[in-house]
Write a protein that binds this ligand. Sequence first.
Ligand code: RUG
Length: 828
Amino acid sequence: MKKQTVSASTGMSQINTEQLKEQIIRHLHSTLGTDVNKASPQAWWRATCAAVNEQVYDGLRNTQRTHYEQNTRALHYFSLEYLMGRLFSNNLHNLGLYEQAKQALAELGLNIADLEDQEEDMALGNGGLGRLAACFIDSLATLNYPAIGYGIHYEHGLFQQSFQDGRQIERPDSWREYGNPWEICRPESVQEISVYGYVETVYDLQGKMKKVWHPGRIIKGVPWDIPIVGYNGSSVNVLRLWESRASDFFNWDVFNSGGYIDAARENIEAETISKVLYPNDETDAGKELRLIQQYFFVSCSLKDIIRRYKRAHGDDWSDFAKQVVIQLNDTHPAVSIPELMRILVDRAEMQWDQAWNICQHVFAYTNHTLLPEALEKWPVRLFEKVLPRHLEIIYEINRRFLIEQVDVLWPGDNDKKRKLSIIEEGHDPMVRMGHLSVVGSFKVNGVAEIHSQLVKSDLFPEMVALWPDKFTNVTNGVTPRRWLKACNPKLAKLLDSKIGDNWPTDLKQLSKFAAFADDPAVQQSFMAIKQQNKAELATVVKKLTQIDIDPHAIFDIQIKRLHEYKRQHLNLLHILALYRRILQDPDYDMVPRVFLFGAKAAPGYKLAKEIIYAINKVAEKINHDKRVKNRLKVVFMPNYRVTLAEKMIPAADVSEQISTAGKEASGTGNMKLALNGAITVGTLDGANIEIAEEVGSDNIAIFGLTVDEVKALHAKGYNSADYYYANPEIKAILDWLETDYFTPGKPGELSAIKRSLLEGGDPYLVLADFESYVKAHEKVDSWYRDQAGWAKKAMLNTASVGKFTSDRSIEDYVSRVWQLKKCNITAQ
Ligand code: RUG
């Protein structure tokens, strides 16, 4: 075996193609127990993963040792979701081994892309929130910040979607049915957590009162560690995901009393906790199992953090808040606030004030939405059943908050108390998790400038009056390693050749590319790359949907969860308008367009599923109508997920970011698409506003009502029927949807959309924005006719969005919230 060189910084081996080949074959033999002449692609993939892991584990050991030796302050990211996608090519890229691996595999007669396709997506998230968490842990490792991600090791991630006669069908996602080569089980760090039961008040010999929680059930949390490899051999951090199991202790009791079957049932119930990800995006599931999921993972994680802290500090808590900062990714992990209080007050026997002081220096909270249906509230009665002691603690937090804060600023003002109380009154009182998160955190942030302003002005104005310095903004970002370098290698190479290869870790470097925006040769290269990416996507589309699309058409892409506020139905109305114009005027002049959608609807969200059905039915009709003469194609890609996004984004000409202003907190797909040279058709919502500021008004098609105009229209009284009667095109389209034109023999099948827009009052102002949306698209059509002009706009998009790297978001969190120090990893 040849000697490997070792990176001076991290101790990760720098291996060459020959060595990699040897390692792969060695793992094929000794890890997989098979041979080159009979190995399946799956075995080759696993052997290659094992070879890659040799490098990863070097970095992991060195990172963990360095953090331990330097006793670093660390970030603990608490998130119920991590939408990781595949790790194979990502890890290779971040290790700087992708080209070597490609070459090594080619010399072994294998195509790296075929091996990449062996991997299931790790889809432990619903959409933007979970993908943001994945980008953040990539950036944290890349920037050498000590950090650990905590979450749940779901057995089933987000459901797999297919279409049957245009309707969404959901199937379970068994992403690790045959194991997952990237994870390491850590039985030595198992935790036990409690739920249910009752609280007893007892007095000790000195007459001091104590609360004792007698749990009804104990559950074991088994940690699985996924190493997170920073780019270019920086840190290798860890994502620690908890799997629930029945506690050995508890089951022995039942077993000994003769209840073997009961013991088995207990097992099944305990294992249910980490069985499946709730598939709701932006809606509060409100179910007992969901609350238990939340508590399960935060309790395991806090115990894990405390175990690690105690290893260095024993029972001295005075440095806890100096060493530990916990970021709550939305309110989903907010129960960690009363849980830490319980541990400190009940277990460590700390005074309330001292414990509360620690909590308030440890937690920070990110708000990701203003939508009322997504703001979590738990029925008090459910809390009482599942977490009786935590409910008492929440009452005490609330009592003190109302007396010591609210009543001091607004003496005797009961309306204020009612509004600010963590407990919402009513016939079914609720625990407001947003209020709890704000009260218990030292910083609260929104995820784009406008969103953070609205969090302050519309969601928590009184909290801002109480604590003006608590509120801040951190605009989201995406990792350019996955979302440009790995997914768009041709564009990445062009950038390397023009502006150098530092941009993956210093994305502001992209601005240098603007100097080439008028250069015809570079324009041509840029457009040729887009063309090739589009041709590759056309092949994928054909394979998945049997639909032929022309790579020379404009590829107009809307990819995101299906939700009324994201307005996929506005896009559909525009498609119908174009179709109708073509039918009315056979020579209607438009640049051919392919509209591509990718979206999953929550299984219980009826209207969202009706919108998918309508798009599929309209697509069927348009795609088979000869009169269209290929000017229009509509494709709904099945099973949209990270891996599909990686194929669609590099091929996009137009990026649809069309939410009602004020509803999309930030968006991150908007950033990925602009980075890859797509031109945004968008409202002034979320991060679109900041994208528009960066790329300039000539290079983005903004339309629609602004946040203030939306508010004013609602205040005045919005009547969608006014638009229906005033605009003959709108009327014709909506009426068309009610006929059986798109669903032969079944009139009314697509009428849900019209009903929601007229009888339902059109809550997301689709009809109000329709006309200006159509105009924005006419502008895009005219822009595309000038290919050099289009190339310039597209290139300026890529060149101008350096701000939206998740590295910048992380640096903002570090300076505004976390106060971390970088820790350079040393080899032993
Ligand atoms: O809807 C928001 C997106 O606007 C945002 O970009 C993303 C990441 O911050 O989070 C999404 N989100 C919000 N997902 N779930 C929620 C509410 O729980």
